[in-house]
Ligand binder design. Structure first.
Ligand code: 5GP
Ligand code: ZN
Length: 130
């Protein structure tokens, strides 16, 4: 898609520190990382959100994270945990689907990824959802 920064990275028009690539996806270092080894995993096909991505492709991406990228991070960076985040629409800076892999380390100073909301009436929400 024209003007999509991740499509340009996929095409090689913008440089990236790519750590994994195959015919369906690419994984590269986030330019503004939350921790050492923060990786973005993106499908080569441009879709914006999880609501549009082919579920088989999503499954392949998860398998690749589990079987290839996580072992690489663990072996080379000695990561001790992995926080996975995926934003859709609101809170999504880049409108090309991507999975954030945020390595965790003892003493990394990351207390929580998300601020807790002030909404405490969980039962009221449950009444709307059940
Ligand atoms: P979002 O808020 O869309 O979930 O996250 C977008 C992420 O993309 C951010 O963490 C940001 O640092 C990263 N990012 C934005 N532009 C570039 C870029 O040109 N190259 C790389 N490697 N990462 C980018
Ligand atoms: Zn794109």
């Amino acid at each position: 898609m024209d003007n999509c920064i991740f499509c340009k990275i996929i095409k090689g028009e913008i440089p990236s520190y790519t750590i994994y690539e195959d015919s369906k996806m690419k994984a590269f270092l986030d330019v503004n990382p939350n921790s050492n080894g923060h990786v973005l995993v993106v499908p080569k096909e441009h879709v914006r959100t999880i609501f549009e991505i082919d579920p088989i492709l999503l499954k392949d991406m998860i398998s690749t994270i589990n079987e290839k990228i996580y072992p690489l991070l663990k072996e080379r960076l000695s990561i001790e945990g992995l926080t996975i985040i995926q934003n859709n629409l609101l809170g999504q800076e880049v409108p090309h689907f991507h999975i954030h892999l945020i390595p965790r380390y003892q003493e990394d100073g990351i207390k929580t990824i998300f601020d807790k909301s002030k909404i405490k009436d969980v039962k009221e929400i449950y009444e709307k959802l059940k």
